[in-house]
Write a protein that binds this ligand. Structure first.
Ligand code: ADP
Length: 493
């Protein structure tokens, strides 16, 4: 059996996964979100650890399983969030700075002014942004009293959540991270698999404060779980784990998570592709022999547009109702909703775009608006997939889906139609947690990677049915709608 630790942005979860790949028990508990200032988001790392530990204890109690039966531990986590702690006391020196936190935007502007954008892009695969760990570490070193002194004495540790959990699980024996988490720090050279010395120097971050980077699959060290010594054998960031959990092992395979936003990752095999459309290049996972890369793109507003129908327009009562209304839509002319509520991300990158509805006629009613809103998720997904496909020079062979809105059959069928590719929804949508379990299971010798494909079961495969001419016409309309919603807000050039 495998113990999976799934440390998310709002809750901690622990799962027991059987040798058949089945989830035997789940325990979940939320923890506190701190918003001390506009744009700041913090977590208490000690609280995260205590919450995580309680869910570990709970999952063993629920399943009536002894820790002796656990062959390996898998860890998956919210990415980029940064914890700083004192090596000698194991106490955090400040609250963890969460990936959503924007306090370091000015630091990032300085990094760009210094002309380091290109090096960041080339070595780390990322764009300079407050989202990633580096500027958060810089902020801690300069703003938290005593941090720099502690670092000078070699006693400060700066890590992502996986490092923090491994430190606590191993009772201070293990200060490690995996390549996928390291590739989100904006310090890690994803080609040489070492921290980039130039960036460390420029950002003034001491190497001694950073975790040792290991392959995602393999033995990291040992955890003490309820008195039992158990190896940690699989670790990766949440999106990468979801890609693995969806068994997207071959290049050209893509997973898309339809949540508040959409998160897409494409396996690009052992080749790292630089994007021309503002997508990120990142490490998907490594197993000690092979490093697999991915292109990553996200859509800001996906399920959130359905929330807008519910809470803003109040034309549906709950998200699932959207399907029924959309089914009754009758388009004489296609209606488009461009949900650019916060601007547009990849491949448009226009923060001055705003939302718009196009194609309204006297016949347009609620059903059509609902349908157009659902379709906007599929169109935006196609935009990113086309960019990925072009960047990697690969045809997308399959789209595997998960997340809340993937339950919507109408949306999934339209998605398959508009990308003219099969859309495959798994029976178990716990892709992230399963991915971590699979990695840990391979790492401890329970499974071979080839067996994982058999463990994943489809719930439904949506085949493209729409005539190509119609697909082209509808998608062309979407592009036109997007174009007209761009640069809406007046701004100084
Ligand atoms: P997150 O992890 O971002 O909170 P979830 O994966 O839980 O997101 O998915 C919730 C999102 O999916 C919400 O934005 C909701 O509006 C949307 N959603 C949930 N169910 C459906 C559905 N049946 N049809 C369309 N959208 C849905």
């Amino acid at each position: 059996m495998i113990l999976t630790i799934d440390q998310g942005t709002t809750s901690c979860r622990s799962l027991l996964v059987s040798s058949k790949g089945e989830v035997m028990a789940v325990a979940q508990e939320e923890f506190t979100q701190f918003f001390p200032h506009q744009g700041w988001v913090e977590h208490d790392a000690d609280e995260i650890w205590e919450t995580q530990l309680r869910t570990i204890q709970a999952v063993f109690e629920k399943a009536k399983v002894s820790p002796k039966e656990i062959m390996g531990i898998g860890i998956t986590n919210q990415r980029e969030t940064t914890v700083a702690w004192d090596k000698t006391t194991s106490k955090p020196i400040c609250k963890a700075i969460v990936w959503q936190d924007k306090r370091t935007a000015a630091i990032c502007e300085d990094i760009k002014i210094k002309g380091l954008g290109e090096r960041v892009r080339e070595r780390t695969g990322l764009v300079v942004d407050a989202y990633f760990s580096a500027s958060k570490m810089m902020w801690i070193l300069s703003e938290v009293p005593g941090a720099r002194e502690l670092a000078n004495q070699g006693k400060l540790l700066l890590g992502t959540i996986d490092s923090w959990l491994m430190w606590k699980l191993s009772e201070g024996e293990l200060f490690a991270t995996d390549v996928s988490n390291a590739s989100r720090t904006m310090l890690f050279d994803i080609h040489s698999l070492e921290y980039d010395e130039v960036l460390l120097t420029e950002f003034d971050i001491p190497r001694s404060a950073l975790a040792e980077v290991k392959p995602s699959i393999g033995t990291f060290g040992y955890a003490n779980i309820l008195g039992e010594r158990i190896p940690i054998t699989g670790v990766a960031g949440d999106q990468q784990c979801a890609l693995f959990g969806q068994a997207c092992f071959e290049k050209g395979m893509v997973k898309n998570t339809y949540g508040t936003g959409c998160f897409m990752l494409m396996n690009t095999g052992t080749t790292c592709h630089q994007s021309k459309h503002g997508l990120l290049s990142t490490i998907a996972w490594a197993n000690g022999e092979k490093t697999v890369y991915a292109l990553e793109g996200s859509v800001f507003i996906a399920g959130a547009a359905v929330q807008w129908l519910r809470d803003g327009l109040e034309i549906i009562e709950n998200a699932a109702d959207s399907e029924e209304f959309a089914e009754q839509a009758e388009y004489k002319e296609h209606v488009y909703v461009v949900p650019a509520f916060v601007g547009l991300g990849a491949p448009y990158w226009d923060m001055y775009a705003r939302g718009a509805v196009f194609g309204l006629t006297r016949d347009t009613g609620k059903n059509e608006i609902v349908r157009a809103t659902l379709e906007s998720m599929a169109f935006q997904t196609r935009d990113v997939l086309d960019a990925m496909s072009e960047d990697a020079g690969l045809k997308i062979t399959k789209l595997r889906v998960d997340g809340g809105a993937s339950a919507n059959d109408l949306l999934m069928q339209f998605q398959a139609d508009i990308i003219t590719t099969e859309v495959d929804r798994p029976a178990n949508v716990e892709s992230t947690a399963l991915g971590a379990a699979y990695m840990a299971g391979i790492g401890c010798g329970l499974w071979q990677q080839s067996e994982i494909k058999q463990l994943r079961r489809s719930n439904r495969v949506f085949k493209p049915l729409m005539e190509q001419k119609r697909v082209d016409r509808i998608y062309k309309g979407w592009k036109k709608a997007v174009e007209r919603s761009m640069q809406w807000i007046d701004h100084e050039p």
